[in-house]
Ligand binder design. Structure first.
Ligand code: ADP
Ligand code: MG
Length: 296
């Protein structure tokens, strides 16, 4: 199939980010529904303003081979924007965890283990393709009613951080110490940066708030990341396996930080490997998430 932008019927708004919107769209000729992320092209350099059709057999179909990467169908440039077409999921983890804490429900370690496993598996797969994610955070981890957990926005962050995107500021609260102090790293900014961001995200999801939420301003945040001890989970509230898993992600020296294979082999993952995600729990939270307006 070749998807033409004017064949896409707009559905509901799925979310709004720093660079644009994500909208559900239906493509009648192929009977497929996509999540379409639109990024205004004044944020990009070197884009030509031609409208383009997109070939559904796009080369970058990584999500087809790794179950914890979102399925990617291709990108179109039309109406002064990039349209990035992916599979639709039910929500993202930022909304999901906020709802759990708002409802005063328990954030289970089974669920956290499934999240950690999905992210590490996705990073491990990307690593084999010599890629890194660069923007691991709860809003880029998506979830659906069937209990699937998938990482999105890979590749996009790749081309936005290569100074292609003029106004890109990154999501600094998830950035690793070596991005601030390059003397920490031997081989440069690497996949280990994503592992740090995973550690921060896990603490945020487990506790209900970002560990650096109280840092005043960007300079305050930078100071906390490089000069303070890394954040850790309260050992009286969480299992030793989870605390250790997070600590291994949050080692300041990237060379001493855990690798994907080390994390895949960690007790916190292995403990729940044979236990499926709790679909009843997910449904209960998701039904509440779905009641909220997306735009708020
Ligand atoms: P951010 O990731 O910073 O929140 P984005 O523009 O990447 O900004 O995404 C905005 C929101 O859209 C996300 O927080 C998420 O809730 C939602 N979203 C993104 N992609 C999808 C998708 N494939 N399916 C469902 N919702 C999505
Ligand atoms: Mg995103």
């Amino acid at each position: 199939y070749v998807v033409n932008f004017n064949e896409l019927e707009r559905g509901d708004l799925l979310g709004r980010g720093q660079f644009g919107t994500v909208t559900r769209m239906f493509h009648k000729p192929s009977n497929m529904t996509f999540a379409v992320k639109m990024i205004n092209d004044d944020l990009m350099e070197g884009s030509d303003s031609q409208n383009q059709a997109m070939d559904l057999k796009a080369p970058l179909k990584m999500g087809d081979k790794c179950p914890s990467l979102i399925r990617f169908f291709g990108a179109i440039h039309a109406e002064s924007a990039f349209w990035i077409l992916t599979e639709v999921m039910d929500t993202s983890l930022d909304r999901f965890y906020s709802k759990i804490f708002a409802l005063e429900m328990k954030m289970t370690e089974l669920f956290l283990s499934k999240v950690a496993h999905a992210v590490v598996a996705a990073l491990d797969y990307m690593k084999q393709l010599h890629m890194m994610h660069r923007d691991i955070k709860p809003s880029n981890i998506l979830l659906n009613y069937t209990g699937e957990i998938k990482v999105c926005d890979f590749g996009i962050s790749g081309f936005t951080t290569n100074s292609v995107c003029k106004t890109f500021k990154g999501c600094q609260r998830y950035m690793p110490p070596e991005k601030i102090d390059p003397s920490l790293t031997g081989e440069g900014y690497s996949i280990k940066a994503d592992i740090w961001s995973l550690g921060i995200s896990l603490i945020e999801i487990a506790t209900g708030h970002h560990p650096f939420k109280d840092s005043p301003g960007l300079l305050g945040l930078i100071k906390v990341i490089v000069s303070k001890d890394p954040p850790k989970l309260d050992e009286t509230k969480f299992s030793p396996e989870l605390c250790e898993f997070a600590n291994k992600c949050l080692v300041k020296m990237p060379d001493n930080r855990a690798s994907c294979s080390e994390l895949l082999d960690h007790e916190f993952i292995k403990k729940y490997l044979e236990i499926p995600n709790d679909l009843e729990y997910i449904k209960k939270v998701m039904d509440e998430v779905k009641k909220d307006k997306v735009d708020s």
